[in-house]
Design a protein around this ligand. Structure first.
Ligand code: NI
Length: 195
């Protein structure tokens, strides 16, 4: 008879291998496009989460040395450093998209090639402090803007060339998810390595 503990271990290893990729890349799950923020309560909660992101990101990377920052958060994934710079890249785009949506009629939004941006020199070698400060300052302005929106403003849309039409109430949930998603990747890496 097989040692039950061994069998359990083997089973969990197999299961772990199956789930490994999706779990590591999407530790909080993929974004659910059905989750637009339709109520004022939902929007308040999501704006608060965007307001807290700079601090959550800072604690996620606190105390990591250069070698740890240059470690991919999963095999074949971005280095921690690139994840931090990616949040600045993506949220600068997001902020501009909100402002475009508020000042133009359903403007067309150009997607950016996030993988290619992450390979440019500034994403690979800039000290993370630069992007931590950038994200802090960017989110400070973004949150002032978000808290000023009237209920009807949340229905304003952009046309994303790949994702189609998106209202601001959907983009709000998307970016609240996006910040939490990348922070969770870093948290999971640290937990696995006991850093
Ligand atoms: Ni991202």
């Amino acid at each position: 008879m097989e040692d039950p503990e061994y069998s359990e271990l083997r089973h969990s290893e197999l299961r772990h291998a199956e789930l490994r990729h999706a779990d590591l890349q999407y530790p909080i799950g993929k974004f659910d496009r059905s989750k637009a923020a339709h109520s004022a309560e939902d929007r308040k909660r999501l704006i608060d989460s965007i307001a807290d992101l700079p601090e959550r990101l800072r604690s996620a990377v606190a105390g990591l040395n250069g070698k740890q920052l240059d470690t991919p958060y999963r095999e074949g994934g971005w280095m921690v450093r690139q994840v931090v710079h990616h949040l600045a890249d993506a949220h600068m785009n997001a902020y501009a998209r909100f402002k475009l949506a508020l000042t133009e009629e359903t403007p067309a939004i150009t997607p950016f090639d996030e993988a290619a941006w992450a390979e440019l020199a500034d994403s690979r070698v800039t000290p993370i402090e630069v992007s931590l400060a950038l994200v802090e300052n960017l989110h400070a302005r973004w949150v002032v803007l978000l808290r000023s929106l009237k209920p009807e403003d949340w229905e304003r849309k952009v046309t994303h060339l790949k994702a189609g039409q998106m209202a601001l109430n959907l983009m709000l949930s998307l970016y609240a998810w996006h910040g939490a998603h990348h922070v969770a990747q870093i948290d999971a890496l640290r937990a696995r390595n006991q850093w």
